[in-house]
Design a protein around this ligand. Structure first.
Ligand SMILES: [Zn+2]
Length: 344
């Protein structure tokens, strides 16, 4: 396994780069020590020195990104009557939120009550409806979200680099999914009304080039929606090298809001907005990581107790999301109506 050292920042080209901390591969426990650095000028955080791209495949082996959806269905069947009733009510509110606040129908009497779901759905990457709209999901995994979007009326395409996941999406769900890396994709200019890309950008070796490509595939007024780990969030600041979202060495870059904003404005986007996700697993798994390393009772309490998770961690992440402090971020932007010269 070989490392390479970047001598300048991938975003602003400054040469002042400092090491923040070293970390291990806590996701698959493979050997090695990895390095997280930060540009002193623009504050971009990135892996440096980093594992060379030709060697990174090894670190993706045995990562269980693909989960057989059948298991989830079986679990649902076993749920109690109370839980089923609750999920029916939640599904109803979600549907009403999409109808009333995302243009999937006309406004109705449930406008106010479904308002509570609006922010959660904005953070969960649901696009606003476009009639006969074409949608691309980059990194669509086994196609669960893509299938849901298809059922909501979108003409969908997907791209997925895992052979197993893309095969499932094609064969079991009948979706138009290509088993490719984003760098190999060749979509037409102005082809899509919406591009969704969840938890992908941080994995790429040239994320700014990828964003430039994606911007070209979107139509004017098209919606770009993507999520990513957020280094300035509470979990990263509290758990540091033990943070679940760190995932070195497969995560290459951690973006700040100002950097994403500058980059997307240059690429011809406006209405750039950020939404924080409430994801309790970030605190739970980070605590487990820290407990494995320190054996300190407090992290066992946070990481392995279902009551604590339900009554403390879940409300905490909900509050943190509300004030914009969690470590998972969703960005939503709109391409300008008139196409401008693209420069990075
Ligand atoms: Zn920089």
């Amino acid at each position: 396994m070989e490392f390479e050292t970047l001598t300048k920042c991938p975003f602003c080209s400054a040469k002042e780069i400092v090491l923040l901390f070293k970390a291990k591969d806590l996701l698959t426990q493979k050997p090695g020590e990895f390095f997280l650095s930060q540009c002193q000028k623009c504050t971009l955080v990135f892996q440096n020195p980093r594992v060379k791209e030709k060697d990174i495949g090894f670190y993706y082996e045995n990562i269980n990104y693909f989960q057989e959806p059948k298991q989830a269905f079986l679990k649902k069947e076993k749920q109690s009557f109370r839980k089923n009733t609750l999920s029916i009510f939640k599904d109803f509110l979600k549907k009403q939120a999409l109808i009333n606040h995302f243009a999937y129908g006309g406004k109705n009497a449930f406008w106010l009550i479904s308002l509570s779901f609006k922010k959660a759905l904005l953070a969960k990457s649901y696009p606003c409806f476009v009639k006969n709209g074409k949608l691309l999901e980059i990194g669509c995994s086994n196609g669960a979200f893509l299938e849901e979007l298809k059922n909501l009326g979108w003409q969908v395409k997907g791209v997925e680099m895992s052979r197993e996941s893309s095969q499932y999406a094609k064969e079991k769900r009948g979706l138009d999914v290509q088993n490719k890396r984003i760098e190999e994709c060749d979509f037409r200019e102005n082809e899509f009304d919406v591009i969704v890309m969840n938890m992908v950008l941080e994995h790429l070796y040239s994320p700014f080039d990828a964003l430039q490509k994606i911007a070209q595939w979107l139509k004017p007024k098209g919606q770009l929606i993507f999520s990513l780990p957020y280094f300035k969030g509470f979990e990263f600041q509290f758990f540091k090298e033990f943070t679940y979202g760190l995932q070195l060495p497969t995560h290459q870059t951690f973006f700040s809001q100002p950097i994403l904003k500058i980059c997307l404005q240059k690429l011809g986007f406006n209405k750039i907005k950020f939404y924080h996700q409430a994801f309790d697993r970030d605190i739970v798994v980070s605590s487990q990581n820290k407990y494995q390393a320190t054996s300190f009772w407090f992290y066992r309490f946070l990481g392995y107790n279902r009551i604590v998770r339900l009554f403390f961690i879940k409300p905490l992440v909900f509050l943190l999301a509300l004030i914009g402090k969690t470590s998972r971020l969703t960005l939503r932007a709109k391409k300008r109506a008139t196409s401008q010269k693209i420069c990075v």
